[in-house]
Design a protein around this ligand. Structure first.
Ligand code: ATP
Length: 384
């Protein structure tokens, strides 16, 4: 498949919006306790066939435990897990049509690449030697490691080892591939490249991938949908765009990307247009869903890249949310610059701008007085 057709398939793919679509993997009220620790707390979640799904959250939030229950390595205390309509809660791990790939790769150092890939197949009854060799060759080709079959893992780079591990976990042709921090051991550049390879592979094979990661950028890049977890619970399940643009809670808003949060109270409301009086930045205008009930306290979130920065106060319509501040810190990243701007209230606001022109001397410098502005539709009303 060409990149173009992969992209168009992915664009059209949204079974979770179809009320008649049947989930492929289904967790129903799944709970897992380890002694006093509630690792997974009453999780109900539907994942669809061919979906690239991410479980995202900080260390200890229960992502791996949820994945391990699907693989059959842990047993739920309560609840059920269905795969393709079948309750697999009691099915032993080796009989489940899922396979798990771990961060450590767990390649056998004394075996060649071919032997590592064929390892899972050897335990399957009824696979002939010839079929095993064919499948191994097919898998090597799939991960672009033809010619590397006779090497041992210590003769491969980290990225190549990761691909062998992927080939090994795909060799048994699972219906669902579970990936626990699969790219964790790779450096940033290789990691980014591999993310795209992984997405293409998943599309080509038409498999369901469920990945565990604590890297929000990775989850945003590869996923059709993301489940953000906290303390064993699902906080929000949505597409990367929805999670970023409409985070349901302060926790999600803060976990994915960077956000400026302004706490305040509702001052006025006219349909979708609301004004929230904030201690940090005065009255802020925000557009909200007409159906959203709002009374008393409210928090407005504004992403740093939605804020413009300049020496002059914007005029006209751009004057609704304008605040003056002083440059407190500047971070230059080449493609982007981030400014920390201190308001008269003492609040620091983070602003990110794209460096579209090549600048030798920066026009905005430390201690400069600047105006910040953003339109009402850039603000996000954060519920809790
Ligand atoms: P990480 O990103 O660090 O891998 P995680 O989100 O995957 O974290 P889990 O590994 O699922 O989190 O762990 C969830 C909670 O359950 C943690 O508090 C962890 O200490 C606990 N836990 C996990 N496995 C066990 C176990 N076998 N025995 C006792 N406690 C466990």
């Amino acid at each position: 498949m060409s990149g173009e057709s992969l992209g168009s398939v992915r664009r059209a793919f949204a079974p979770w919006t179809d009320p008649d679509a049947k989930p492929f993997v289904c967790f129903k009220g799944v709970t897992k306790r380890f002694g006093p620790v509630m690792a997974v707390d009453a999780v109900s979640l539907d994942i669809f066939e061919r979906e690239f799904f991410s479980l995202l959250g900080p260390s200890g939030c229960g992502k791996t435990t949820l994945l391990r229950m699907l693989a059959g390595f842990e047993t739920a205390n309560t609840g059920y897990i269905f795969l393709d309509g079948v309750n697999i809660s009691e099915v032993p791990p080796h009989r489940r049509p899922v396979n798990m790939m771990f961060q450590s790769y767990a390649l056998f150092p004394h075996m060649t690449v071919e032997q590592n890939i064929a390892f899972g197949l050897r335990q399957e009854s009824g696979v002939s030697k010839a079929a095993m060799a064919d499948r191994t060759a097919e898998m090597l080709k799939l991960v672009q490691l033809e010619g590397y079959g006779k090497r041992r893992p210590n003769q491969l780079s980290g990225g190549q080892q990761q691909r062998v591990a992927l080939a090994r976990s795909l060799a048994k042709r699972p219906k669902v591939l579970l990936l626990d921090e699969p790219l964790g051991a790779l450096d940033k550049k290789l990691r980014e490249e591999t993310q795209f390879e992984l997405m293409d592979l998943q599309m080509d094979l038409g498999l369901t991938f469920i990945i565990v990661t604590h890297d929000q950028e990775e989850a945003m890049t590869v996923s059709d949908r993301i489940a953000v977890m906290n303390e064993g619970r699902l906080v929000q399940v949505a597409t990367p765009g929805e999670i970023y643009e409409q985070p349901k809670t302060r926790y999600v808003a803060d976990f994915l990307g960077s956000i400026n949060l302004f706490d305040g109270t509702l001052a006025s409301r006219n349909g979708a247009a609301a004004v929230v009086e904030t201690g940090a930045a005065g009255p802020l205008h925000v557009l909200i869903d007409e159906g959203t009930e709002l009374a008393g306290s409210a928090t407005i979130g504004v992403r740093p890249e939605k804020i413009s920065i300049g020496f002059d106060r914007p005029n006209g319509a751009g004057r609704l949310n304008t605040v003056k501040g002083e440059i407190w810190d500047i971070a230059y990243y080449g493609d982007l610059s981030t400014y920390h701007v201190k308001l008269s209230s003492g609040t620091i606001v983070k602003v990110t701008v794209t460096n579209t022109t090549r600048l030798v001397e920066r026009p905005i410098g430390w201690d400069d007085e600047v105006w910040l502005a953003w339109p009402p539709e850039a603000g996000i009303l954060i519920a809790e």
